[in-house]
Design a protein around this ligand. Structure first.
Ligand SMILES: CSCC[C@H](NC=O)C(=O)N[C@@H](Cc1ccccc1)C(=O)O
Length: 659
């Protein structure tokens, strides 16, 4: 095992570094993960955001690419990062976000067709632009702007935007009245006049918005800017004069607002959610004049993306069981026709959920990836899939040569409910030592994705471990009733969904019952800590960014109110649940060696959570190590921290349950 002071020069350290270099070095400077696929309505031009690693240091920058003649070509050569490319409705101007002036602070840039020079920056907004949308008439651009003190969601890495980076090292962390920099606002830029103006009024925090006709915007907004306030946000309509009208509130969460080009209908997704911007659920249509709401039958698809093709046709993408689905809804008749239904993850490896954009004739531009398919940009339609360009290179070939294979699996929970997942196995016959990789959220979903979205999965398979990626109740893709089963029962029935998976894989000869391990981040970190207190079969566990004590989590997290409500919807038994679902309270029952990992800058699951469980395990004589990365938030994202983290993960499993 590596010492606490260094990870270099261990066998695992050498292996991890060699593995990462073999996988990434051939791709240095090239597009790797792809997200935000976009296409002109005539289908002739595409743009996509890609991660670009220049070396194993820091975090990847992002760049914009288009696909021509089967290859990716970088769209803009501005320094820094660029993302969120969107063509104007006539396809002639590309708008995108770039942080050329101040790293991490994104501003709007525009490049017109036939313009040989670099893109021109629009006037700067006070903050960083998170997303942009062209108005349906192409005259204006809507900008979603986060103040530099606005909180980031767990999926964004937690912490705040940039205020902390600018402070001197001696400067204290201050929590006081909410300042202007904490808010999210909407701005409108008119390219023809060069005028930029703020649209949303003071006191309205706009999390997400889209146009509703050329003169109004549909927004998900709340009256306070804290991360917890998102869970109660309403759908509002804001006109260009700043007038605000509430269209819809919900018992659960609302997201992905998108108005029809003529402004008569607003589409929105209603879903039970655990994390901001991770929205997968029911499609609702609201008549703006009458306020009448229709729930659309999308045939079991949890909708994750909306794109109006014209005033009547609404394109949507989403997830059904383990598949990605795209369809077109005729909003007049309510009929849907599906464009594809595929086991390939469409944008899942980085974009969290299925994503894509539609052409006028109903084709879909999306990113295909699976455990054995490096991400590629694809245009899909009636004639099948046309691959526009692929991110494969000798490094991805190397990964495929060591990463084994993936397959969908299912099993029955003790109450008879069928649960699904993706099993990754090394070459050869089992039984294998098994690591159960538990996803975060809890409302999210594993699909068959490139690396299963974590470098540790192919790394463990390369060293002889099978890795099960389960979707217990509470996961997306099975409808809102299934997702909602975890609300009010975290660590309840989902515990048995995972234990029954292990029983099934042992029975099937896949897993060796003496070598079962756990790993997971965020909610997956909670479940990894929780499971070792509920069952003694685990040989090793690596909880990352976990919740281990709901009482202190509820006092220190920036999503404390969400946690309390998800523990129990009824305040009456919340106190009892806070105790009996906290791993620290049950640490005396644990026997499993745990490697507890956290980021010092994590506001979502603060590092004290990992510390508490580590100390509680030690107090009970259970082998435990604590690793806190000083520059990381929610999850371990930067290099060289990732090299260190992966080395410690591998060393922990190889020490306690060798393959
Ligand atoms: C993919 S699940 C996303 C929701 C999750 N929140 C809580 O469970 C989350 O924010 N996950 C982040 C951060 C993370 C990654 C790896 C290990 C720990 C945390 C993410 O998956 O990027």
């Amino acid at each position: 095992m590596a010492s606490s002071r260094e990870t270099a020069h261990t066998e695992q350290g050498d292996f991890v570094l060699g593995h990462l270099l073999a996988v990434h070095e051939p791709g240095f400077g090239k597009p790797s993960n792809l997200r935000e696929p976009h296409v002109t309505r005539d289908g002739t031009r595409t743009v996509v955001t890609a991660d670009v690693l220049d070396g194993l240091r820091g975090r990847p920058r992002t760049a914009l690419y288009t696909a021509t003649d089967g290859r990716f070509r970088q769209v803009s050569a501005l320094g820094g990062s660029a993302r969120s490319g969107r063509f104007s409705p006539d396809g002639r101007t590309l708008a995108f976000l770039a942080d050329r002036a101040v790293p991490g602070v994104f501003q709007l840039h525009l490049r017109a067709d036939g313009d040989l020079g670099e893109a021109e920056p629009a006037p700067a907004v006070p903050g960083t632009v998170e997303y942009l949308h062209w108005s349906p008439d192409g005259r204006r651009v809507l900008l979603g702007v986060a103040g530099l003190g606005a909180e980031l969601s767990g999926g964004q890495g937690s912490g705040t935007n940039h205020a902390a980076d600018r402070a001197e090292p001696w400067f204290p962390h201050v929590e006081d009245e909410v300042g202007d920099e904490a808010w999210r606002s909407l701005w409108v830029y008119t390219p023809a006049t060069g005028v930029l103006h703020r649209l949303s009024p003071e006191g309205l925090n706009c999390w997400e918005a889209g146009w509703s006709g050329p003169d109004r915007v549909a927004a998900i907004s709340s009256t306070a800017p804290g991360e917890d306030d998102w869970y109660d946000a309403a759908l509002t309509l804001i006109d260009l004069g700043g007038g605000v009208r509430t269209l819809l509130t919900s018992e659960v969460q609302l997201g992905l607002p998108a108005g029809s080009p003529d402004g008569r209908v607003v589409a929105v997704v209603e879903a039970v959610c655990s994390d901001r911007w991770l929205v997968a659920g029911d499609l609702l249509l609201l008549d703006v004049e009458s306020g009448e709401t229709r729930r659309i039958d999308t045939r079991g698809v949890d909708v994750t993306r909306l794109d109006w093709i014209d005033d009547v046709r609404l394109g949507y993408l989403g997830q059904r069981h383990l598949n990605s689905v795209a369809g077109v809804l005729d909003t007049t008749s309510g009929g849907v026709s599906e464009v594809f239904d595929t086991p390939v993850a469409c944008g899942g490896s980085t974009g969290m959920h299925t994503d894509g954009a539609f052409t006028a004739d109903g084709r879909v531009c999306t990113v295909h990836d699976s455990y054995r398919l490096p991400p590629q940009l694809v245009l899909s339609g009636e004639g099948g899939d046309r691959v526009l360009a692929s991110t494969s290179h000798p490094g991805t070939d190397h990964l495929l040569s060591v990463a084994g294979t993936s397959a969908p699996v299912s099993w029955r929970a003790p109450d008879g409910l069928e649960i699904e997942g993706i099993l990754c196995t090394p070459d050869g016959d089992g039984p294998f030592p098994l690591v159960v990789n538990i996803h975060g959220g809890p409302i999210w979903q594993f699909r068959d994705m490139w690396s299963m979205r974590s470098q540790w999965v192919p790394l463990l398979v390369a060293r002889g471990y099978a890795v099960l990626n389960p979707n217990p109740r509470g996961s997306s893709g099975r409808g809102q009733a299934f997702a909602g089963m975890v609300a009010g029962d975290m660590g309840g029935a989902d515990t048995h969904d995972i234990l029954s998976a292990i029983d099934a894989l042992v029975d099937r000869g896949v897993a060796d019952p003496t070598r079962i391990g756990l790993i997971g981040g965020s909610y997956g970190g909670f479940m990894s800590s929780w499971l070792v207190t509920q069952d003694d079969r685990f040989a090793a566990a690596v909880p990352v960014a976990p919740v281990t004590d709901w009482r202190s989590q509820n006092l220190t997290s920036n999503i404390a109110a969400w946690g309390a409500r998800f523990l129990s919807p009824s305040p009456d038994d919340r106190e009892a649940r806070t105790l009996d679902r906290s791993p620290v309270v049950h640490a005396g029952k644990a026997r499993t060696p745990c490697l507890n990992v956290a980021g010092a800058l994590d506001n979502c699951t603060p590092p004290g959570q990992a510390l508490e469980f580590h100390r509680a395990l030690r107090a009970n004589g259970v082998p435990s190590a604590l690793v806190v990365y000083p520059q990381e938030g929610h999850g371990v994202r930067g290099y060289p921290a990732q090299i260190d983290f992966l080395t410690r993960v591998l060393a922990w499993f190889e020490r306690h349950m060798p393959a």
